[in-house]
Design a protein around this ligand. Structure first.
Ligand code: HEC
Length: 492
């Protein structure tokens, strides 16, 4: 329907000059003006606000994920033999490949962050009230789908991190009573992780879940437009009374401003800190300590709290209750009161769950950092990742061991000592090649400070400072000790 003041749409007025004939033709065929009017002239009670930018931000990130994902899919091959090689190829050889992949990796994290912001805003503003039950439900479905995308995407690079984190993640599912084992096998495509697992995760990540996301985004936006913007916290959710302002131009500009911030942050991260790729999955590595992405850390820590017969509580009962309370919110919280300070129960509940999750996540990182053995192994994993990233692309490495590809020192005793240094994770504190870190001093030049006998004494009789700094008491065979000392002596 045309606005009455627009003369160009009145059939009896002279031919419009301000719009090209193409636009006229397009409008007659599609009704584009009407669509634009629908899209841009959405009234917002109380006017535009920065509080409402997160929904559009999510839409933008989703589109960015689709585009970068399409580029990745052009090279990616979903099989245990090729997945890692193709991702390595994207990262190391394809022009801008590492940048696009990093955008995709950081985009996933940004999605979770902005999703939580969007959710917090809707919750605090009570925007789920006033006949918005389905809008809230479709949002909950989208939340679950985004977490599903994060989970399935994590495996696809098929590096050590991906493999072991997904092994743990799918194991958790098997704890669900009765159907757990079957569910796990369904997801894995067998009892083990392999090509069928990659293939399933790929299909979920690239076809199935995205199709659902497209559908539910459409439903979500449709329901949002149908119910109308809820407006500020003191607005009636059902019959808004405050002065309205159209979505265009101010709200649109605010949304675009936020998008610009997202583009800048994601672009800078992807450019300056390319997303890492570790060595290919090696299922024989029994020492590897799996850790999930940061947004799954709190869940990971939570599951650690439950053992034995109580496990079902932690894995199923409590999460199910919290999820039900959350999803069902607009069905039992029926009052029209939206101001957070008048809804203490809801706000407290949200605050407690949120703080709890942040606390658990933080605790997980803290514990890893304060257990020397874990800290060392994790440092080792990071180091292997960095070493692998520095190597040039080699087609079909197929699990070639890193140790073998590292250049051996000329002196075999020194080379052996270097292995002792590596395998005991001395570098976790003293830095790679003994360059030193904030935890422990550099070992380069230690040979001019101590002679071999003194060094051996030092290693067998640690000083109080070494003990205080958490340096473990190592037990070496005489041969290992000899090799280690000649390696330390060679650090110049
Ligand atoms: C958990 C951290 C940690 C690890 C792992 C570790 N060190 Fe240390 N190391 C320290 C600290 C802390 C000191 C003492 C720093 C000081 O004196 O201020 C130290 C001191 C030393 C010194 C004496 C340095 C000096 O200049 O006085 C030597 C030699 C040494 N470490 C060798 C090793 C070797 C070899 C390994 C592996 C087998 C190793 N360290 C593993 C933390 C560590």
């Amino acid at each position: 329907m045309a606005t009455p003041t627009a003369p160009e749409t009145q059939t009896n007025s002279p031919k419009p000059r301000e719009h090209g004939r193409l636009i006229e033709w397009l409008d007659r065929r599609t009704g584009i003006r009407e669509l634009l009017h629908e899209a841009l002239d959405e009234p917002i009670p109380g006017g535009a606000s920065y509080a409402y930018i997160f929904g559009s931000g999510l839409l933008f990130i989703f589109i960015s994920q689709v585009i970068t994902g399409i580029f990745l899919a052009m090279y990616y091959v979903p099989s245990a033999d090729d997945a890692h090689t193709t991702v390595a190829y994207i990262t190391k050889s394809v022009a801008t490949g590492s940048f696009l992949r990093s955008l995709h990796v950081y985009g996933a994290s940004a999605m979770v962050i902005v999703l939580v912001l969007h959710l917090t805003q809707t919750f605090m503003y009570g925007s789920y009230k006033g006949r918005r039950e389905l809008l809230w439900l479709s949002g909950c479905v989208l939340f679950a789908l985004v977490l599903g995308m994060a989970f399935t995407g994590y495996l696809l690079p098929w590096d050590q991190k991906a493999y072991f984190a997904t092994a743990v993640g799918t194991n958790v599912i098997s704890e669900v009573p009765w159907i757990g084992e079957s569910l796990k096998e369904l997801l894995r495509g067998g009892t083990q992780l392999g090509t069928l697992t990659i293939s399933r995760f790929f299909v979920l990540h690239v076809f199935f879940i995205p199709a659902l996301i497209f559908t539910f985004v459409a439903i979500h936006i449709f329901l949002f437009r149908k119910a109308g913007a809820a407006g500020p916290v003191d607005e009636d959710p059902q019959e808004p009374k405050q002065k309205t302002e159209f979505f265009y131009p101010r709200q649109l500009l605010m949304d675009l401003g936020f998008t610009l911030v997202l583009i800048t942050v994601l672009g800078a991260l992807a450019y300056f800190f390319p997303a890492p790729l570790g060595p290919p999955a090696n299922m024989g590595n029994t020492q590897y300590i799996p850790r999930p992405e940061w947004y799954y850390r709190s869940v990971f820590q939570w599951l650690k709290l439950w053992h034995g017969s109580a496990e079902i509580l932690g894995i199923l009962v409590i999460p199910a209750i919290v999820a039900l309370l959350f999803v069902g919110l607009p069905f039992y919280d029926r009052s029209r009161e939206r101001r957070p300070w008048r809804r203490p129960a809801a706000v407290w509940a949200f605050g407690i769950v949120f703080t709890g999750l942040v606390y658990l996540g933080g605790l997980s990182y803290y514990q890893d950092d304060h257990r020397p053995s874990i800290r060392m192994e994790l440092a080792n994993e990071r180091l292997e990742e960095q070493q692998y990233m520095r190597e040039p692309f080699k087609p079909a490495m197929n699990g070639a061991s890193l140790a073998a590809s590292a250049p051996a020192a000329a002196n075999p005793l020194v080379a052996q000592g270097k292995k002792v240094f590596q395998s005991n994770s001395c570098f976790a504190c003293h830095g790679e090649g003994g360059v030193g870190t904030s935890i422990a001093p550099k070992l380069i030049g230690i040979g001019s400070k101590f002679n071999p006998t003194q060094l051996q004494y030092l290693l067998t009789h640690p000083t109080p400072k070494m003990n205080a700094g958490g340096m473990p008491h190592f037990k070496f065979t005489p041969q290992q000790m000899k090799a280690l000392i000649s390696y330390l002596d060679s650090l110049k």
